[in-house]
Structures are given as structure tokens and as C-alpha cells.
Ligand binder design. Structure first.
Ligand SMILES: Cc1cc2nc3c(=O)[nH]c(=O)nc-3n(C[C@H](O)[C@H](O)[C@H](O)COP(=O)(O)OP(=O)(O)OC[C@H]3O[C@@H](n4cnc5c(N)ncnc54)[C@H](O)[C@@H]3O)c2cc1C
Length: 397
């Protein structure tokens, strides 16, 4: 069977490609294939509203079935791509079929990293899919001692949600502060204080040595100097791009599918979303983002490039996270060692706004319960980047 556009990965990035193609008037055949059993759904609620039991799973669906039907595409769920033959323009699937494509979009996202040897221990899990979220929700109901391994964004969100169930929550991480890689040390300290004010314990600069099981059930987490009691352990130690099926394809794979500035990995092959590592002209480097906004924006650009535009992808990174009564929004980046300056601080309203400066340049702005302020401050990153480019061009001349 041949499709004019074949999309592998039926989630935010893949669906955006299909929707944008149709919105732009594309009348060719589209097939989208995903290995999960569910129609495309959104991941951010999985660690928040769905996990807390505030939303029923159906509410996480990205679109209603009517809207999906109106896209007039073939949607195959529960089917996994196993190999790409880029020369023949074909993809093989685990149901034994092989499909030909005109253009291929790789939108397979990430797979969570796992601690060696924890699989099979009841009460230990990671969170990436809707099924994971529902299983963890069930476990948190009645849980007494929850240990979260990893103090990244997801680990912190899950800690906040787990506290709603009344469990004692401990976060373990080898780094000195939570969310260090995305907000730096100064803001990490604010996030730590937020969690501590809600009763979360931190074991930072601490490695997990072992997970202790008793009769096949988790009983504790060995961190060297003690065993932290646990009936639930959530492993949140990052994810890796889901590129295993591309290993024999000849595509360049290096922590993602390596693409040019147009998000093209090879002739008629594009990548979008968490799996794509594209050449960003402004940064003069290949970069990969893991956030929801990027999945949509990159999906849109890929669709337009399939239709013959030659757009280059140069986004400003953006992500948000909700923890307790705080919404944290980050535009750009807060590099290691960046200076953090306050733009606005209203402690009585539990909100503030900061900028991150590195080498005299504004690289990021962070809003804490300040959506309007952070949206406006985003321009500082754009202006700083323009000034940097102008000075580079002047030097070249
Ligand atoms: C729990 C959670 C909470 C999050 N919260 C936030 C947030 O608050 N803010 C934010 O900005 N971002 C958040 N993110 C990140 C955001 O959800 C992702 O960046 C976004 O979902 C990426 O979309 P994607 O389509 O690229 O990949 P994915 O959503 O990972 O989808 C890829 C799909 O491809 C499928 N697939 C993989 N391999 C194959 C194969 N070989 N064949 C067929 N199908 C395959 C996968 O099963 C999956 O369904 C969160 C992520 C998680 C997991």
C-alpha cells in the first residue's frame, strides 16, 4: 500500500503534520501509524490532571473522533514501525506489512529510560503513556511512602500530584537542586522551597544504589547511607529518542534523528517533535527539544516543507510546568552559570519574573505565576539575539 505522506507516531507532532497538510489544501493520501492502542492524546495532563484523578482519560484526547475522521486519513493504531528503507521509500511494520511513501514523517517521540533490574518489581514504574498514568494513579491511591527517582520537571510534577494523595513523598537526585538543567541553581532553590513547603523531602546529591523488594513488591530505595521506605517508586530519569526502528536505515542518529535546518533527515524524510535533532541556524548547532509547543510548531513547519516551502526552523524554546498552585513558564534557556536578574517580584501574589543573562545576552525569561509578564518579556530574547547577529555581521564586514 502506498501513501503520499506516511506519518510514524500518532501523537502531538504527527497529528499536527496531518492537520496542517489538510489545512493547507493537501488532497493526497495520508496514513498515520502509532504503536499505542489509543487515538492521539496529550501527554502534559498525564502527570497532572489525569494522574490526580481530576480528569477522566478521554479528556486527554487531542481531538474528538469527528475531527480526526474529517482529516480523511488512514489511522492505524497498535502497529509499530520496525524498519525504514530510505532508498526504496518503504517502511516495514510489526504486522508484517510494508508500506511505500511519497514523504515520510518520523514523529516517534521518546521512550523513558529505566533503572537496570527494576522491571518486574511491583510498585516501581515510570510515566510516559496514558496507560502508565492510569496505573500510577491506581498505585498512588492508598500509597503511604512514595519515592521519586529524578528531580527533573516531570519528577517534580509527579511529586506535587502525589502529595494530593496524602502520601509521604521523597525525591532523590544526584544533582544539587531540582530542575537544575532547565532553570539553573537559583530558581531550582525556589522550586525546592515550594516543594518543601508542601512537605516533600529531598535527598539531593544522592545516587540510588538499589531498589529493595520484598516478595516481588517494592519495599525501599537504597541510597547508600539508608534505605528509604517505599511502597511506590517512580523512576523519572529522562528519556531517549525512539529511534531503535531506524538503526538499519542509514539515517544519521545521534540522540535523535539528525536533520537539516528544514527538519529534513534525507530526501523525502522529515522528523518532528521530541525525536528530531535539527540544525538551528541561530545557535549554529544541532538541537533537540522535549516540549509540547515544539511538537506542534515543528509539525506545522514540516507539513509546509512537504508542500514545497523551504522554511528553516529557528524557534525560541518554550515549556511550562504546573506544580501545586504555581505555573512556571520558561522561554529560551537558562544555561549553567547564567546570572538571574529579577524583572518583577510580587511576593504577596506569589508571582515573579526573571531574566537569565549569559555573556551579557538575555538567553531566557522565566515567569512564576506570571503568564502575561513572561509573554511580554520573551521579546528580550529576540532583541538580544538580533543584536548578537548584527554585531557578528558587523565584525565579518
Ligand atoms: C507525563 C508528561 C508530562 C509532560 N508535561 C509537559 C508540560 O507540562 N509542558 C511541556 O511543554 N511539555 C510536557 N511534556 C512533554 C510533551 O508532552 C512532549 O514534548 C510531546 O508530547 C512530544 O510529542 P511527540 O509527538 O513528539 O512525541 P510523543 O508524544 O512521545 O509521541 C510519539 C508517539 O510515537 C509512538 N511510537 C514510538 N515508536 C514508534 C514506532 N516504532 N512505531 C509506531 N509508533 C511509535 C509512541 O508510542 C507515541 O505514541 C510532558 C511529557 C510527559 C511524558
Amino acid at each position: 500500500m502506498r501513501s503520499d505522506v506516511l506519518i510514524v507516531g500518532a501523537a502531538a507532532a504527527g497529528l499536527t503534520v496531518a492537520e496542517t497538510l489538510r489545512r493547507k489544501g493537501f488532497a493526497g493520501s495520508i496514513r498515520m501509524v502509532g504503536d499505542e492502542p489509543h487515538p492521539p492524546y496529550d501527554r502534559p495532563p498525564l502527570s497532572k490532571q489525569v494522574l490526580a484523578g481530576e480528569w477522566e482519560p478521554a479528556r486527554a484526547a487531542l481531538r474528538s473522533s469527528d475531527i480526526i475522521d474529517a482529516l480523511d486519513m488512514r489511522l492505524d493504531l497498535g502497529v509499530k514501525a520496525t524498519a525504514l528503507n530510505e532508498i526504496d521509500h518503504t517502511v516495514a511494520f510489526d504486522d508484517g506489512t510494508v508500506s511505500e511513501y511519497g514523504s515520510l514523517v518520523i514523529a516517534t517521540g521518546l521512550r523513558p529510560r529505566q533503572l537496570p533490574d527494576w522491571e518486574g518489581i511491583h510498585g516501581v514504574q515510570s510515566l510516559h503513556s496514558l496507560s502508565d498514568s492510569l496505573r500510577l494513579r491506581e498505585q498512588l491511591t492508598g500509597a503511604r511512602d512514595v519515592v521519586i527517582v529524578g528531580a527533573g520537571v516531570l519528577g517534580c510534577e509527579m511529586a506535587a500530584t502525589a502529595r494530593k494523595f496524602g502520601a509521604k513523598v521523597t525525591i532523590v537526585d544526584p544533582l544539587p537542586s531540582p530542575m537544575l538543567r532547565v532553570v539553573g541553581e537559583a530558581l531550582g532553590a525556589r522550586i525546592r522551597a515550594l516543594h518543601e513547603s508542601h512537605g516533600v523531602d529531598f535527598r539531593l546529591e544522592t545516587m540510588v544504589r538499589d531498589i529493595i523488594a520484598d516478595g516481588g513488591r517494592v519495599a525501599g530505595v537504597d541510597v547508600g547511607d539508608e534505605v528509604i521506605p517505599a511502597d511506590t517508586v517512580v523512576v523519572s530519569i529522562g528519556s531517549s529518542p525512539a529511534t531503535g526502528w531506524l538503526e538499519s536505515s542509514g539515517l544519521e542518529l545521534a540522540d535523535g534523528v539528525v536533520c537539516d535546518a528544514h527538519c529534513r533527515a534525507a530526501e523525502d524524510v522529515y522528523a518532528a517533535g521530541d525525536v528530531a535533532r535539527w540544525y538551528d541556524k541561530h545557535r549554529d548547532a544541532h538541537v533537540r527539544f522535549e516540549n509540547r509547543t515544539n511538537a506542534s510548531e515543528q509539525g506545522m513547519l514540516v507539513a509546509r516543507n512537504i508542500l514545497g516551502e523551504e522554511l528553516e526552523y529557528t524557534p525560541i524554546a518554550y515549556f511550562w510546568t504546573d506544580q501545586y498552585d504555581v505555573k512556571i513558564q520558561v522561554y529560551g534557556t537558562v544555561p549553567d552559570g547564567a546570572t538571574v536578574e529579577t524583572i518583577d517580584d510580587e511576593p504577596e501574589r506569589n508571582r515573579f519574573l526573571v531574566r537569565a543573562l549569559s555573556d551579557g545576552r538575555v538567553t531566557g525569561v522565566v515567569g512564576w505565576n506570571n503568564p502575561r509578564g513572561v509573554r511580554m518579556a520573551r521579546q528580550e530574547i529576540v532583541d538580544s539575539e538580533l543584536a548578537r547577529q548584527e554585531s557578528r555581521e558587523t565584525r565579518v564586514r
